[in-house]
Design a binder for this molecule. Structure first.
Ligand code: ACO
Length: 430
């Protein structure tokens, strides 16, 4: 260990050499795994701001340059040339499929879309106004009860089937949750349709009349799913890895990931953006809300702005913005005022010193909600849409984590700030 080591000087003057490891691209990491044993000291990094939690081959992000790559392929190229199903194969298997592999994979996903009929009866237990994210998490968690016998995590074939089921069945569960909310009968999947066409069919078809699938809507959803498919060790993916690291049933680990995604600081932001735009209501109010966002004493934040990793621009936001124009133009929806408001807000914030100094730019969720709204998808379903795309990243990361021979249960340490040892006082003397 010479230049590849990081030297740490302890208060007693002794030096410890910590190995420095390099990835394919991106910053090096200091391997601190041996630190506690050698020095009896932990590192402290709430929110994992400077901490890598694992080694991964799946996705690379450069937040300064605005780069996102899946298995080395820039997301812009995948968004332009690929499909969500092909990207799903890439994330799962590490390489782009041949034509035969793609056709076989596509067919496998199509033939796994139905739910066990018993699972549909779960929905009857929910209130008509249950949040679809709550239903999605609960029903996916219940898959561990349905598929428990066929899930031996050390069997690669079982891991494959698990990933196929999650990808194929999540749209059916999501659509069933939506149908419960709107009081319409569940619509069964149609395996002759592609992934996003089938989703639109299950969401919007009714038994009383034929439903025509809009190709622009299917294309827009496919693009959104590609852009949401993975984002390395984000909160929900880390949750899936962490829950799965105990050896928990992987369907439960995905349910935990869905719960983590729901928060407004993560996947819930797309819903929060629409709610915020509706609250702002008119371009004349933008100044007032920008001031609120800057006020330290006001908890209001501009939803859809800022990102833990992207400190320059979010490449996904740039692609989505273009698609938002296309969708609004082709579908001729009446949401143009909301889109105009979003664009004006973006311009005002981008010119404001507060947002410039803190590197706060629109993130992926700033425009995705506008597209969903234009497609007729209700606000409460926005984060569910995000979950459908991200589900492929979750299963890819779970597979990578579980197959890693160096894998350990995730178990962080802490800086304890509670009372020092003290003696129990009998209740009569307190
Ligand atoms: N509006 C106003 N101020 C903001 C915003 C915002 N949207 N985002 C960050 N700031 C400010 C913070 O107040 C903080 O100011 P300070 O340094 O004076 O205390 C500074 O910018 C840094 O913010 P942090 O919260 O420390 O940054 P962090 O990396 O922890 O948070 C996050 C990133 C959670 C995305 C944050 O920017 C945010 O809350 N954004 C709004 C919610 C959102 O859009 N989330 C979606 C993320 S993308 C995704 O998950 C797909």
């Amino acid at each position: 260990m010479t230049e590849d080591a990081y030297r740490l000087k302890s208060p007693d003057g002794s030096e410890l050499e910590l190995p420095v490891r390099s990835g394919t691209v991106g910053p090096d990491v200091i391997d601190i795994a041996g630190l506690y044993k050698a020095q009896g000291i932990f590192t402290y990094d709430p929110g994992f701001v400077s901490t890598g939690s694992c080694e991964s081959d799946i996705t690379f992000i450069d937040g300064e340059q605005g780069i996102l790559m899946y298995r080395g392929y820039p997301v812009e190229q995948l968004a332009k040339h690929s499909s969500f199903i092909e990207v799903s194969y890439l994330l799962q298997h590490g390489e782009l499929p041949t034509a035969d592999e793609l056709s076989e994979f596509d067919n496998t996903i199509r033939v796994h879309t139905m739910l066990n009929e018993g699972m549909l009866s779960f929905f009857k237990g929910f209130r008509y106004d249950a949040h679809p994210m709550a239903m999605l998490s609960a029903i996916v968690g219940s898959m561990s009860a349905y598929y428990h016998d066929e899930m031996n995590a050390s069997n690669p074939a079982h891991r494959d089937i698990f990933a196929h089921r999650i990808l194929a069945k999540l749209p059916t569960i999501a659509a069933a949750a939506y149908k419960l909310n709107v009081g319409q009968p569940f619509i069964y999947p149609r395996n002759d349709l592609n992934y996003t066409e089938n989703l639109l069919h299950m969401l919007f078809a009714v038994p009383a009349e034929p439903y025509e699938i809009d190709p622009v809507a299917a294309e827009a959803l496919d693009l959104l799913f590609i852009l949401h498919a993975d984002h390395e060790q984000n909160c929900s993916t880390s949750t899936v890895r962490m829950a799965g690291s105990s050896g928990a049933n992987p369907y439960s680990a995905i349910a935990a990931g869905i719960a983590a995604l729901w928060g407004p600081a993560h996947g819930g932001a797309n819903e929060a953006v629409l709610n915020m735009l509706e609250e702002i209501g008119d371009v004349s109010q933008i100044g007032k809300y920008v001031e609120k966002a800057k006020d330290k004493n006001d908890p209001f934040r501009l939803m859809g702005f800022g990102h833990r990793v992207y400190k320059n621009f979010d490449p996904r936001a740039t692609i989505i913005r273009e698609m938002a124009y296309k969708v609004l133009e082709k579908l001729d929806r009446k949401d143009t005022p909301l889109f105009d408001l979003a664009q004006e807000l973006e311009q005002v914030a981008l010119k404001d010193d507060y947002f410039i100094e803190k590197n706060l730019y629109p993130n992926v969720d700033f425009y995705s909600g506008i597209i969903y709204r234009a497609l007729g998808i209700p606000t409460s379903m926005f984060t569910v849409m995000f979950a459908l795309g991200r589900s492929v990243g979750w299963t890819a990361h779970w597979r990578e984590m579980i197959a890693d021979p160096k894998g350990k249960i995730a178990r962080p340490r802490q800086l304890y700030t509670g009372p020092a040892a003290r003696d129990y006082v009998d209740v009569s003397k307190r």
